[in-house]
Design a protein around this ligand. Structure first.
Ligand SMILES: [Zn+2]
Ligand SMILES: [Zn+2]
Length: 287
């Protein structure tokens, strides 16, 4: 499809970012779509919410992502917009591991098209520790990727918007920040966390690039009914039959592909072509 379908070749889309995400997103958009990016300078994407909690994010990551894309389109006057939003925390399906959940949106106001893709990656350094000094962090630091990945230090007891030292990339800076922020906390403890802003987090930047490829390929797929860009998976249907008793289970039976412009939908078999579910997912065999 890619070689014959280039609806955005030679066009320009805004990319709303303050954190250098064009380093991850420009290549996929150029290779898959022939699309160039314009980054509006001085855009205050932090007004939509920050990782550090100074500004609470309102709505789902997808909603924030779409607002961010609109912000970039308004600033540049372009009809095409791209934006990304990440969130971090426990993995939604694998217990006890951290996940980076990234959402990326593409908006085309000329076609009335909105496409979003989400990637859940266990490739993340997301984490935090308490510390009275750098010595408390010796076993944890290697897992953060520090100093190629930055850290944030704040007093352990502090409200959102309180004092914080961000973008820390040297051990001297880290030691000084822990001393200062512990001194501001009634319990004399500092709170150290990974800085998840993309330009200070190469692991996250790589995940964003992986997602940008996925989104660009999705946009480069055309609807079999109306030929609009953005054809791809929009939902899943559960109920794959159990291999023992044939009852519907909680495993996915179909992937529903859809168009962002017309109403065309198609049920597709699972990408792994599995036709029967394991009994462990069966409400009859494993109640
Ligand atoms: Zn069963
Ligand atoms: Zn269509």
């Amino acid at each position: 499809m890619k070689t014959t379908f280039w609806p955005y070749r030679g066009r320009q889309a805004s990319l709303a970012t303050r954190h250098g995400k064009e380093r991850a997103v420009a290549l996929p958009m150029r290779l898959e779509l022939g699309l160039a990016l314009a980054v509006p300078p001085g855009l205050d994407t932090d007004a939509l919410g920050t990782f550090c909690g100074e500004v609470a994010r309102e709505g789902s990551p997808e909603a924030v992502c779409l607002r961010k894309a609109r912000l970039g389109m308004d600033a540049t006057g372009l009809a095409l917009g791209v934006a990304n939003e990440g969130s971090f925390g426990p993995h939604p399906t694998v217990p006890f591991i951290a996940a980076d959940i990234e959402t990326m949106a593409f908006i085309d106001d000329e076609r009335g098209l909105v496409v979003t893709e989400t990637l859940v990656s266990e490739r993340t350094n997301h984490g935090h520790r308490e510390a009275r000094s750098v010595d408390d962090l010796i076993t944890w630091l290697p897992s953060t990727g520090f100093p190629s990945h930055a850290l944030i230090v704040r007093p352990k007891s502090s409200a959102p918007g309180g004092p914080a030292e961000k973008g820390i990339v040297s051990i001297e800076q880290l030691a000084a920040a822990i001393e200062q922020m512990a001194g501001l906390s009634p319990d004399a403890v500092a709170w150290v966390q990974t800085d998840m802003r993309a330009h200070l987090n190469p692991t996250r930047m790589a995940v964003i690039q992986q997602l940008a490829f996925r989104l660009a390929r999705r946009v480069a797929s055309s609807c079999p009914a109306c030929a609009a860009p953005g054809w791809g998976r929009i939902a899943t249907t559960k109920g794959l039959p159990c291999e023992l008793c044939d009852e519907p289970t909680s495993m996915i039976r179909f992937e529903v592909f859809g168009c962002g412009v017309c109403a065309h939908r198609e049920d597709r078999p699972r990408s792994d072509l599995r036709q029967k579910a394991l009994p462990q997912y069966c409400p009859a065999c494993n109640p």
